[in-house]
Design a protein. Structure first.
Length: 499
């Protein structure tokens, strides 16, 4: 008689036992309900450095959330005003104004409720979340006037109180503009042994500042030649808002009638050959400014202001405004412009012109409208103006005014002495600070001047110059709070904020 093998083997018994155990566990989970705790899966600004162009962050959740509980329990320290919007499990927080520079921020979320748990009458809360981010340092640039810094481009980090001289002694910087990421500066300069102001060449220099968190900055002070002055004088330049195009006003050294605008790429395409400028085929013009979309240039032509395309036939303007002689500033989105009208009685009007065809007069002055800047944080236009205080000697007194573009209300911020007509100002990217200089000219300059002598746009020899910083408040608050500028421990002129 033969023995029969057991029908169920030991391995099979183990497998069956495991399946029964798993079935029991699954059943218990089903009976208990959904117990997965909601949490924040992603925070787009986590450990990031942000700038004025960064106006919103996103929180992505693992589960659908009860939106009001999230909005009520989200805390940012220091506070940043903003508004919420939702798309399924994603929440977007859009800032009402740019985050102040030089600040570390902490974001916390706890006590927010799961949407489905709320519907089921359960009080299931999100897993507590803490995030952090910071804004760029408050950094300024200027041309030095003191000792070893004379004529050199200087960077000063206000947040860290650190100074760095960017350009060498053998170059006298004349004008400059920052690239949008703040990592390079485009500047014009002449050789320190050449007093000819029309011999300026165009260069770039690295700042040593990194625009991205976790990315090591390139060493500061690396100078590269962009455009020489062998055949043409480089009179003025402008860098497009996207940092891709340079427009230069040039004049032929051998033919004074050969005068006009040229344009060229701001960076090379990776090839060994350097970019070369191309002539903008249009009538010669005066002051110019690249439009916010970086595709056109606004230039004073004849009795008006023309908008010329940078690509295509520039002899056919995209637009022409015969009643205005100069564009002072564009808003960042290009929807508004501050334009100057020159009147026959030698007064000047400042107008707000929109892309909807609105032309609104903002002010009239007997002096000059030197510069204007739109605040991206509020509907405010800051302008540096002069008023005529003596017709006989034609003495102008400069002052700074803030204009509320919605109400037309004007708030004078600063009145400067008549001798300070060469003052220049710069509005910070976060809208919280206004830089300006006070140039002191030499009263009796010697007949023979050193080749490294610094001069203003009016040709006055600069003895020294101080830099000032004025904190800014909304016009409504500024009416009740006295704001006083603070002198910085720096000697220089042409101050600019780094983006």
């Amino acid at each position: 008689m033969t023995k029969s093998k057991a029908f169920i083997q030991p391995l099979d018994r183990i497998a069956i036992a495991l399946m029964l155990l798993l079935s029991v566990l699954i059943g218990l989970i089903i009976l208990q309900g959904d117990v997965v705790t909601a949490r924040v899966r992603d925070f787009t600004w986590q450990n990031q450095q942000i700038g004025a162009e960064d106006n919103s962050f996103t929180l992505t959740f693992s589960r659908p959330m009860e939106t009001k509980s999230v909005e009520d329990n989200l805390k940012i320290e220091p506070p940043l005003a903003g508004k919420f919007s939702w798309a399924a499990r994603r929440m977007v927080y859009t800032l009402l104004t740019p985050a102040p520079y030089g600040t570390n921020y902490k974001l916390q979320l706890q006590g927010a409720k799961d949407k489905f748990a709320q519907q089921e009458g359960k009080n299931r809360l999100i897993q507590p979340f803490t995030g952090s981010f910071h804004t760029r340092d408050r950094v300024i640039l200027y041309i030095g006037t003191d000792k070893e810094e004379q004529g050199r481009l200087v960077l000063y980090n206000l947040t860290q109180e650190q100074k760095r001289v960017l350009t060498p002694k053998d170059l006298i910087a004349m004008d400059f503009e920052s690239f949008p990421d703040g990592e390079k500066i485009l500047f014009s300069a002449r050789a320190s042994n050449n007093q000819d102001l029309l011999s300026a060449q165009i260069y770039t220099v690295t700042t040593g500042v990194s625009s991205n968190s976790g990315q090591e900055a390139k060493p500061g002070g690396k100078v590269d030649l962009v455009l020489d002055s062998k055949d043409y004088q480089n009179l003025k330049f402008d860098l497009s808002p996207d940092g891709q195009t340079i427009v230069i006003q040039r004049g032929n050294k051998n033919n004074p009638g050969d005068f006009g605008l040229w344009f060229m790429p701001a960076t090379s395409d990776g090839s060994a050959e350097k970019p070369t400028p191309k002539r903008l085929k249009s009538q010669p013009g005066g002051d110019f400014m690249i439009t916010p979309d970086s595709k056109a240039v606004a230039v004073a032509q004849g009795q008006g202001a023309a908008i010329l395309p940078l690509q295509g036939d520039a002899s056919k303007p995209l637009d022409f405004l015969p009643q205005f002689g100069l564009v002072q500033a564009f808003s960042k989105d290009g929807s508004q412009a501050a334009m100057v009208k020159f009147n026959t009685d030698y007064t000047r009007d400042l107008f707000l012109v929109t892309n909807q065809g609105v032309q609104k007069q903002l002010l009239k002055t007997t002096g000059s409208i030197l510069s204007c800047q739109f605040d991206i944080a509020s509907p405010t236009l800051y302008c540096l103006l002069t008023q005529l205080v003596s017709k006989e000697q034609y003495i102008e007194q400069p002052y700074v005014v803030a204009i509320d573009l919605k109400t037309g209300q004007q708030k004078p911020l600063l009145v400067l002495p008549p001798a300070q007509r060469n003052v220049q100002m710069s509005l910070s990217s976060d809208g919280l600070g206004l830089l300006f200089d006070q140039v002191v000219p030499q009263t009796s300059p010697p007949a023979s001047l050193p080749t490294n002598t610094l001069k203003t746009d009016d040709g006055d020899v600069i003895a020294t110059s101080s830099l000032w910083l004025m904190p800014l408040l909304p016009i409504a608050d500024a009416a009740t709070v006295e704001i006083r500028p603070e002198q910085l421990p720096l000697a220089g002129f042409r101050p600019r904020w780094l983006p």
